[in-house]
Design a protein around this ligand. Structure first.
Ligand code: SR1
Ligand code: MG
Length: 395
């Protein structure tokens, strides 16, 4: 199928020509209800309901959805479908099932999570049931187990490098928006509110900070530990009760595991800055994340299976896993800080600040996020324990 931007009518026609998908929906095509629910920055999303079932259809646009004058290659949909296929066996039930990918339309058709809500919205509304972070810890650990070098023969990593190293357009977004723009004068950065101007200027002139950001740029660009989700924020997670799903893997790339962990924690920490009265529950979520992640990874890596560490017996492996986790912890702290800063002053900011009751409270929340972010970036690399990372956040 040649590429064209779909609307409800053309999507209906296309689905009607796909026997397997039509069957999932059931009934006559004319009776399917189709609504656009696009919410993210990049793509259009439609939910389709039929008498027998529902589908979620996500199409890449030739530009950033929220910034139509910013061109963006369509291939991001291909990388997202590849990511879903690569990690699905390891994280079954923790992400939507992929039903189809159309190479011409750059269209993903997947399980519709009708009853689920985006975690960020649930947190903002104060209705996220506790315990979701333990699931995310499990999710990340399982993706590392399935795509990293420790449990898999090196050919697996080599294939993943080949499949994902072309995802440069979205990696470019990460390099610019997370790792560079907040620390330089850049048209993409929105005009900060007046009270934040000095803080933004400080980010652009702080040499100690720039050196530490440089180390994280190095880690992100040169360390290839496992296949990353690449954009694991609270808007990339949906939940319904205890059913937690990770969505939106279009930024997938091989990289340092601490990147996924850090982005996730960074979004909880941002929520904390906007809603300081929730400190105890957010701390508990962060602890649950690290506990489930580190325990699951420790046990998964204990028996090996890959070429890396193949010469070490149980005791040696235990030491190697411990030092691997320390590296992840340090990277996580730094990337957490980067995420907090970019979501506070950069192109794609978070809705969590809307929780602040007044402009003054919002300014203080943003300043707090910038201060914690800087501390994590500069001091994160010398942390030895998760408690140490929490203390850098004032927890
Ligand atoms: C132009 S894309 C901006 C941001 O939205 C995505 O969700 C990623 O977080 C990206 O950095
Ligand atoms: Mg997204």
């Amino acid at each position: 199928m040649t590429y064209r931007i779909l609307d409800a009518a053309s999507l209906r026609d296309w689905l009607a020509q796909q026997p397997e998908l039509s069957q999932r929906l059931g009934g006559a095509a004319a009776d399917w209800s189709i609504r656009e629910v696009s919410d993210g920055n990049l793509n259009t999303v439609f939910l389709v309901d039929g008498v027998a079932g529902a589908l979620c259809c996500k199409q890449a646009l030739p530009h950033v959805r929220v910034a139509p004058d910013w061109p963006m290659p369509l291939e991001r949909a291909l990388y997202e479908s590849r990511y879903m296929r690569a990690v699905a066996p390891a994280v079954a039930g923790l992400m939507p099932e992929l039903f189809a990918y159309d190479t011409g339309l750059f269209l993903i058709v997947m399980e519709c999570l009708t009853e689920h809500e985006v975690l960020r919205s649930a947190l903002i509304a104060g209705r996220a049931p506790s315990g979701f972070s333990a699931v995310i810890g499990t999710y990340v650990a399982r993706t590392v187990q399935a795509t990293g070098w420790i449990n898999q023969p090196f050919e697996t990593g080599a294939r993943l490098l080949e499949q994902f190293s072309g995802n440069t357009a979205l990696t470019r977004i990460t390099v610019d928006l997370i790792l560079t723009d907040p620390y330089r004068v850049c048209d993409r950065n929105p005009e900060p509110e007046a009270g934040l101007l000095d803080d933004v200027k400080a980010l652009q002139t702080d040499e100690i900070l720039h050196r530490a950001v440089g180390r994280l740029q190095d880690r992100f660009l040169t360390v290839r530990q496992a296949l990353l989700h690449g954009d694991l924020h609270t808007g990339s997670i949906m939940l319904h009760g205890t059913d937690v799903r990770v969505i939106d893997g279009e930024f997938a790339t091989m990289g340092p595991v601490g990147f996924d962990c850090g982005l996730y924690l960074g979004n909880l920490a941002l929520h904390l800055c906007a809603a300081p009265h929730k400190a105890a529950e957010l701390r508990a979520e962060m602890v649950a994340f690290w506990q489930s992640f580190s325990e699951e990874l420790r046990s998964a890596l204990q028996n090996g299976g890959g070429d890396m560490w193949a010469l070490s017996g149980p005791a040696g492996r235990q030491d190697l896993v411990a030092s691997f986790l320390k590296d992840i912890l340090r990277d996580m702290a730094g990337f957490c800080g980067l995420e907090m800063i970019r979501r506070t002053v950069g192109f794609a900011q978070v809705a969590d600040y809307g929780l602040c009751g007044t402009a003054q409270e919002r300014l203080l929340a943003r300043q707090k996020a910038l201060q914690i972010g800087r501390t994590l970036i500069v001091e994160g690399g010398s942390q030895r324990s998760f408690d140490g990372v929490l203390s850098l956040m004032g927890l």
